[in-house]
Each structure stands twice: as structure tokens, then as C-alpha cells.
Design a binder for this molecule. Structure first.
Ligand code: URP
Ligand code: ZN
Ligand code: ZN
Length: 465
């Protein structure tokens, strides 16, 4: 059989383990895995490289409405360019209705923004911020049927936070439709209480963002979210878990029989609240929610990763420019941490940070890396043709060079932000080629091909692992 492409000589990370073999690609699919393949239009010499399932980042924010005068640093072109340069082949951004837009209108608007502009495949999670009868009774079920099989609810943020009753009503729809509920677990009332106190005391610098969102704020909400899911009898994913106490709530929930999945992110193994206390306004570069904790918390997160408590390692890419009044330097941000837009960029650095800190430092295996950066994302969010190097799957493959050691530099990255929180952070291992449905979309840090070939993927219901 003649293949379109053969990838020759890589160490290949499959669901069955790591093996040395050739990979034959045909019509955008993985057609063969065998010790010696020949005859193809294109042969990629991958000796010395590692072939991984293309990264799936199931937690990114792109072109998301962010309030008056504030604009995200990335549109679909720049975010997906950055994603493929960081070894990803699929990203799942959140679709947030703008103002009083309906969920259906919001999804249509996101499709219009993404269409023709994506360098990797995309699929949208929904954000449910309103629980009126049309949203819950019509829009949500219709959108789930159309392949948007997961949605996020917030327990924090003014205008987004839902009450416990509302969360239960949303969970009831998820149960009915077999969709996945994702929860941002932080207690809004507790944050508001602490913020008001910080303001009265004149504690207004960026680090007070972290001080007004301490661990109990997240731990309590994590416990409550799991309890609500038990009451509604639905599986749920707790996103961006930042610390061991919240993880303990997840472990306890699982011991009771709750079907809880957990996600963590690079910021919770590499950054601390002290980063928000950097001189001047620099701390604003690290403002995200939940905030980075203490170095001791990194150990708890690693224990969770190595012990199998975390199913997903995502970026929570939520980019704002630093030197920009439409970004971190928004009106009033220098005078009060409340006004600093929440979120940090990271879609391009997620995989290199985990590869370096996890695989190269001997904390996790290549198989574990593939599971928490691709395979589990595909299964939990219903991407049935993605996430594994297996015959019949989409030919979404990233080639890694484990010998490259380099510092992360903003000047080398491809996102729309003007900084990276990891400036100067040394990593070993870097993705050198990203292949999307059989086509090379990134080679040695540059985009390949003359136009974006990513498309939207409709998803099935979750496979609960
Ligand atoms: O700070 C963050 N994480 N911003 C993005 C929105 C969210 O909560 O995921
Ligand atoms: Zn969140
Ligand atoms: Zn997020």
C-alpha cells in the first residue's frame, strides 16, 4: 500500500505503550503502525524524535467578550497559530454569550469568528450564564445535539456566577442529555467579603487578587460543586484545580462514589502568589483565577498528577496584553486589583512545561503525558477520532525533540499577548513538527502551508473513562 506520508523511526507513544515503529498516514487518518513501512509521497525522518498524539487543550479562551473596553489578546488565527507551535492539534475554547445574546446566537457568532481562521481543529464548550426556560429547555438541548456536549458553570465572577439552585437546574439538563458539566469552583460571596475588606484596608496592589481568593474559597466551592453533582446525579469536571485541599475534596467525593474528573494547569506547578507581588505593576501579568498558590502546593499537585487524581492538564489560556489599556493596564487596574483582567496566556507553553518538568525530570512517563494532554481530553469531551496514535484515528501527531534545551522567550512565541508568565523558564524538550489530519501545520517553530486548515469538530457525548 502506498501512503500519503510515512513517519519513520520515531519512538511512538501509543495507548499500549511506547514502541519504535513507522506510522503510515492516508487520507488524514493513521493507516498503519508497523516496524518497516515504505512507499509514500512523503517520508518524514523522525529518528531521535518522539511521536505523541497531537495535544488537545480543552481549556482555552479565545476572542471571549471581556467587558467594556477590554479585549482578549488572541483571535482564532493567533490563538491556534500559537497552539500548533506548542504541539497542539485541537483546542476547545469557551463560547460565552455577549451581553444578553442567547446561547444559540453566541455559538453562531463563535463559528463565524473561527471559520477559515484556525490552524488547528476547534470545538466549543458552552458557558451557561442564564437559566431561563429558553436556554435550559431549548437552546442547550439543541446545541448539545449539534455536538456542543460540554458546558461550564461559574460559582464566581459578577454576572456569571450561578446560585446553587441554578447549578442544579443546569446539571439536570446535563443528566437528561448526557453532557459534561465543568465547574469553576470559587465562592463568590467569600471573595466579595474579602475584597471589600482589602479595599477598606487600602490593600489594592495585584497580590491582593491572590489574598482575596485563598484556598478555602476554592476548597469550599469544590466540595459544594461535588455535592450538587451528587444530588443531581451527574458526572462533572472540576477545572483548574490549584491546590491539595481542593484535590482532597475531589478524592473524598470519588470515595463516596461521585463521578468527578479533575483538571490542573501549568501555573499551579510553576508559579506562586509571590509572582503577583512583583515590583510595580508586574504582578498583574500573573493575575488569574484561581491564583497561583505556594511552592508547597506544587508538590500536592504533582502527587495528584502522578497518583492519577488529575485526568486533564490544560492551559486555561486566557490572554490579555500587558502594555495595553484594553488588557492588563485597563482603566483603574493600577489603583485596584479588582480592575485587572483575569487570565494569563499559555496555550503554547503548556506542553513544553509539562514535558520538561514531568517527563524529563522523571516524574511522569511518556504514556501519562499523552493521557493527560490528549487522550483523556478526547474521551471526556467526546472527540472520538482524536487523542491517540491508533489505526483509524485522525492523523494528529506531534513530533518532539527531547534534546532541545531552551528558555521560554516571549520573542519566540506566537500568541497575541505581549508577554509570557514563563519568561526565562528553562525547558528541555520542544515540539518540532505538528501534523493535523495528515498535514504538517508547524515545522521548527514556523507555520507550514499557505492557509489555515483547522476546522470545527462536532463532538459525541463523554466517554467517562
Ligand atoms: O483567570 C482565569 N482563569 N480566567 C479565565 C476564566 C476562567 O475562569 O477560566
Ligand atoms: Zn474558570
Ligand atoms: Zn478558563
Amino acid at each position: 500500500m502506498a501512503f500519503d506520508t510515512i513517519i519513520k523511526g520515531a519512538r511512538v507513544v501509543t495507548s499500549a505503550g511506547v514502541t519504535s515503529c513507522d506510522i503510515g498516514l492516508c487520507d488524514g487518518k493513521i493507516a498503519s503502525l508497523a516496524t518497516e513501512l515504505s512507499e509514500a509521497k512523503e517520508i518524514i525522518d523522525a529518528r531521535g524524535l518522539i511521536a505523541m498524539p497531537g495535544g488537545i487543550d480543552s481549556h482555552v479562551h479565545i476572542s471571549q467578550p471581556s467587558g467594556p473596553g477590554i479585549e482578549m489578546a488572541d483571535d482564532f488565527a493567533s490563538a491556534t497559530r500559537s497552539a500548533v507551535c506548542g504541539g497542539n492539534t485541537t483546542v476547545l475554547p469557551f463560547c460565552l454569550p455577549d451581553g444578553d445574546q442567547s446561547l444559540r446566537e453566541a455559538v453562531a457568532a463563535y463559528h463565524a469568528k473561527a471559520e477559515g481562521n484556525c490552524h488547528c481543529d476547534v470545538s466549543f464548550h458552552l458557558i451557561v450564564k442564564s437559566t431561563d426556560p429558553v436556554t435550559l429547555g431549548q437552546d442547550l438541548p439543541a446545541l448539545i445535539h449539534a455536538g456542543h456536549t460540554s458546558f461550564k458553570v461559574f460559582m464566581t465572577y459578577e454576572g456569571l456566577a450561578l446560585s446553587d439552585r441554578q447549578i442544579l437546574d443546569v446539571m439536570a439538563v446535563a443528566r437528561e442529555q448526557n453532557a459534561m458539566v465543568m465547574v469553576h469552583a470559587e465562592n463568590e460571596d467569600a471573595i466579595e467579603f474579602l475584597r471589600d475588606k482589602a479595599e477598606r484596608d487600602g490593600n489594592l496592589s495585584p497580590v491582593n487578587h491572590a489574598r482575596t481568593r485563598p484556598v478555602p474559597v476554592e476548597r469550599e466551592a469544590t466540595h459544594r460543586a461535588i455535592s450538587l453533582a451528587e444530588i443531581a446525579d451527574v458526572p462533572l469536571t472540576i477545572v483548574h484545580v490549584s491546590n491539595g485541599e481542593s484535590l482532597d475534596e475531589i478524592r473524598r467525593g470519588r470515595q463516596r462514589g461521585a463521578k468527578v474528573f479533575a483538571e490542573t494547569c501549568p501555573q499551579y506547578i510553576t508559579l506562586t502568589a509571590d509572582d503577583l507581588d512583583r515590583a510595580g505593576f508586574e504582578g498583574a501579568k500573573y493575575v488569574c483565577s484561581p491564583p497561583p498558590r505556594e511552592a508547597d502546593d506544587w508538590d500536592d499537585i504533582w502527587t495528584g498528577i502522578t497518583g492519577g487524581d488529575f485526568d486533564l492538564f490544560s492551559s486555561d489560556h486566557c490572554p490579555f496584553r500587558f502594555n495595553d489599556a484594553a488588557g492588563k493596564d485597563a482603566a483603574g487596574a493600577r489603583n485596584n486589583f479588582r480592575n485587572i483582567p483575569n487570565g494569563i496566556p499559555g496555550v503554547e507553553t503548556r506542553l513544553p512545561i509539562l514535558f520538561s518538568e514531568g517527563v524529563m525530570k522523571g516524574r511522569i512517563s511518556l504514556e501519562k503525558f499523552a493521557a493527560i494532554t490528549a487522550t483523556n481530553h478526547a474521551r471526556l469531551y467526546g472527540l472520538t477520532s482524536k487523542g491517540a496514535i491508533m489505526v483509524g484515528m485522525d492523523a494528529d501527531i506531534t513530533l518532539w525533540d527531547p534534546t532541545i534545551t531552551r528558555p521560554v522567550r516571549q520573542s519566540d512565541l506566537h500568541h497575541g499577548a505581549d508577554y509570557t508568565p514563563w519568561e526565562g523558564f528553562d525547558v528541555t524538550g520542544w515540539p518540532v513538527r505538528t501534523i493535523l489530519r495528515g498535514k504538517t501545520v508547524m515545522r521548527d517553530g514556523a507555520l507550514s502551508g499557505d492557509r489555515p486548515v483547522g476546522h470545527h469538530v462536532a463532538r459525541s457525548t463523554p466517554d467517562l473513562l
